[in-house]
Design a protein around this ligand. Structure first.
Ligand code: KE4
Length: 432
């Protein structure tokens, strides 16, 4: 294990003033052992840490840095905006331009509200769905993560149609009872839940391609089946595209799979690295949002001019350069092909799931189609693999249950470096 004394010292120091020493739990490396690396800068494909190590980045800030770090088009837009002050708390022209850009890119969105994180976006979207339908319950899928809003921190109830139970202290039974959960890719359980709660389900929310249990692809007919069920039952279908939005296509997974939700939630890439989230959908739904309608939602820094400048630069670039998606698809396909060759050489057949520039290697030889099958993975082996890759200068998500995100900064040479490191790290982890 490469020693990183400065990061280690900083991590110890951070514990006394920050819960767990980090501002978001997954960053603490608890799932993989060792301690996190404290970064000082990043550029293109590279992260640089306090101990002077350089890493090829395959998290890219958990998705936002699609064009690599410090992308010129985004940096320039932010630097240009800064002299005009950082925030007004009053409407600006930029917010209209950003909203019009999102409407032009995302098929389901006729009107959109800017917020400051994916969590705010999903919390607000289900409130709108509940306000619009007058119904209380929502259905989510085990293994899907929609941020830390109380209604989402819910574990599956004991039986398939029982009510959810809190998955975190602080979430009340009262909240949990209104969240029902189903296995991803399982339309039959969703139908059972809807039948058992007739006229009570306001929304079904899901990641149209799941990235928070590792990458799980929707089965043929799953998204369309949810669309048809929601049409029949008057349920609001919400695609949480915080991860997939602007990554899998300019219009996200809904464009890629040709299924249009009633509402979409967005984050990550939308801000180009700045704190931005958004929720949007059909006019009649969105006109329920205050001050147009009765559903309250607000935010001091929503539509912040610096964040809008960064986000508009990113989205405009992607709208004008659709070839980015072919490049990302080809790069990621070559990474997966290289890993599959490595596994053949080692006599292993671990499952790799990929859509576009998102992928995961699961340390199980079973197909991974939902959270239960994802959990057959050997997480101890993953931890050893993660650290072996880190020691070879490859920065992965520090959990088996996360997806990786490729940026356009990954050249063929860097892809080859990743594949070589993957072979060596697999051998090291397996020979433990
Ligand atoms: P934020 O509140 O973290 O901006 O977004 C929450 C969220 C909502 N929906 C989806 C599909 C998401 O993936 C996320 C956040 N993703 C995690 C990665 N698994 C962010 C990383 C973290 O929590 O530190």
């Amino acid at each position: 294990m490469l020693q990183a004394p400065i990061s280690n010292e900083l991590f110890q120091r951070a514990q006394s003033s920050i819960p767990g020493g980090v501002n978001s739990p997954v960053r603490a490396f608890r799932a993989v052992g060792g301690h996190p690396r404290f970064m000082v800068s990043a550029n293109g494909p590279y992260l640089y840490d306090e101990d002077g190590y350089r890493y090829i980045d395959f998290i890219n800030s958990w998705g936002p840095m699609l064009l690599g770090h410090a992308a010129e088009v985004v940096q320039e837009a932010v630097l240009k905006a800064i002299p005009d002050s950082l925030s007004f708390g009053a409407p600006t022209r930029k917010e209209i331009e950003m909203a019009e850009l999102i409407v032009s890119m995302v098929p389901s969105i006729e009107k959109v509200r800017m917020v400051n994180s994916g969590t705010e976006a999903t919390m607000s979207a289900i409130r709108v769905a509940r306000g619009y339908t007058g119904r209380d319950k929502i259905i989510k899928f085990e293994g899907c993560y929609h941020g830390h809003g109380d209604s989402f921190l819910i574990a599956a109830g004991s039986g398939a149609i029982t009510l959810g139970v809190p998955d975190s202290p602080g979430v009340t039974e009262g909240t949990a009872k209104d969240t029902l959960t189903a296995p991803y890719n399982n339309l039959e359980v969703v139908q059972t839940l809807v039948d058992a709660n007739k006229g009570q389900v306001a929304a079904i929310i899901l990641e149209p391609v799941a990235g928070n249990m590792g990458l799980v692809v929707p089965k043929e007919g799953f998204l369309q089946g949810l669309r048809s069920l929601c049409d029949k039952e008057g349920i609001v279908l919400i695609f949480d595209e915080v991860m997939t939005g602007f990554r899998l296509a300019p219009g996200g997974a809904q464009q890629l799979f040709g299924v249009t939700p009633d509402m979409s939630t967005l984050g990550k890439i939308i801000g180009g690295g700045m704190p931005v989230g958004a929720y949007g959908g059909k006019k009649d739904l969105m006109d329920y949002v205050a001050p147009a309608g009765p559903v309250y939602q607000a935010g001091t820094l929503s539509g912040n001019p610096i964040a809008m400048s960064a986000g508009m630069a990113m989205l405009t670039y992607l709208q004008e350069h659709p070839e980015v998606y072919t490049q990302l698809d080809n790069t990621t396909a070559s990474l997966v092909a290289g890993m599959q060759q490595n596994m053949q050489q080692l006599g292993r057949n671990y499952t790799i799931n990929r859509v576009g520039s998102m992928f995961s290697i699961f340390f199980t030889e079973q197909p991974v189609v939902d959270f239960d099958s994802a959990k057959t993975s050997d997480t101890a082996l993953f931890g050893r693999y993660f650290n072996a890759m880190l020691n070879r200068g490859i920065y992965l998500a520090p959990s088996q249950y996360e997806a990786l995100f490729v940026s356009t900064a990954i050249t063929d040479k860097l892809a080859a470096q990743y594949v070589q490191a993957n072979l060596e790290a697999l051998q090291e982890a397996l020979n433990h």
